[in-house]
Design a protein around this ligand. Structure first.
Ligand code: HEM
Ligand code: HEM
Length: 203
């Protein structure tokens, strides 16, 4: 029997894994609260999503090797389909949170940036947010879950690496840095972004 020697390699650093699972909870929460009309909570979860996405953008430059955008499109982080779908999902979610910031239902709920933009821009944002934006988020999440399930069925589950951080590879590959210093850096970035957000927008 030919048994390939497997190398355990850290692919997803802890900040990327936490980003992922918190993002999944927040986006699901934002969709549910919008569906049930719990708009105060919708805007809280939406703004938390915005902060999280800003963190992921920065982490794409200073994070672990396989979380960097420069490392995308290269195995073993992602193949090109995985990389493209991640970038589309991140870009779409960014459009969703930004359009929400200026959205206005003209009854009782308006995004915190609504007073600072023109009526035209607010209308555009609202329209995007509740039409293309909303349906795109649903479609991308469903597609994502189908892709993950497909991999599971083919016996190549990517889910455990998103939990433990490690992939079992047949070839050697450099690991993502995931030590105390890089985790503290991530914590510092999140704290900075949150403070910056609260001071510039929510205050
Ligand atoms: C609303 C729900 C979800 C959203 C918005 C979402 C979003 C994302 C994003 C943006 C990434 C890229 C990670 C990065 O590099 O930053 C990703 C990767 C991943 N997600 Fe999700 N996710 C969701 C739910 C889930 C669920 C429920 C599972 C598993 C049961 C899952 C499994 C994975 C896996 C395995 C990867 C890594 C794929 C790979 O190795 O190429 N996701 N997801
Ligand atoms: C990923 C994050 C988000 C998702 C998935 C999302 C999704 C939705 C959905 C599905 C609706 C309901 C549309 C309808 O009534 O049919 C909605 C409405 C709304 N959202 Fe978001 N949203 C997000 C982020 C935000 C953010 C960050 C804000 C602002 C802080 C925001 C503010 C609003 C407002 C003001 C409305 C009411 C617009 C209207 O009904 O005309 N959303 N959102």
């Amino acid at each position: 029997m030919n048994v390939a020697r497997l190398n355990r390699v850290r692919i997803w650093d802890l900040p990327t894994r936490l980003f992922h699972w918190v993002l999944a909870v927040l986006v699901t929460g934002a969709l549910l609260t919008a569906e049930f009309g719990a708009m105060a909570w919708h805007m809280r979860l939406g703004q938390a999503t915005l902060v999280l996405l800003a963190f992921r953008l920065l982490w794409g430059f200073v994070g672990g090797r396989w979380s960097r955008f420069a490392g995308f499109f290269r195995e073993p982080g992602h193949d090109w389909k995985g990389s493209a779908s991640v970038l589309v999902m991140l870009a779409w979610l960014i459009a969703q949170v930004l359009s929400g910031m200026v959205a206005d239902d003209e009854i009782m709920t308006a995004g915190p940036l609504r007073p600072r933009v023109s009526d035209g821009l607010s209308e555009l944002g609202t329209h995007w947010h509740v039409a293309w934006g909303q349906w795109g988020v649903y479609a991308l999440v469903v597609l994502h879950l189908v892709a993950v399930a497909w991999q599971v069925l083919r016996g190549r589950s990517l889910v455990m690496p998103m939990v433990t951080g490690d992939k079992e590879l047949t070839e050697a590959a450099p690991a993502s840095r995931d030590d105390l210093r890089s985790r503290l850096l991530a914590l510092g970035l999140i704290a900075l972004i949150t403070c910056g957000y609260v001071v510039s927008i929510a205050a």
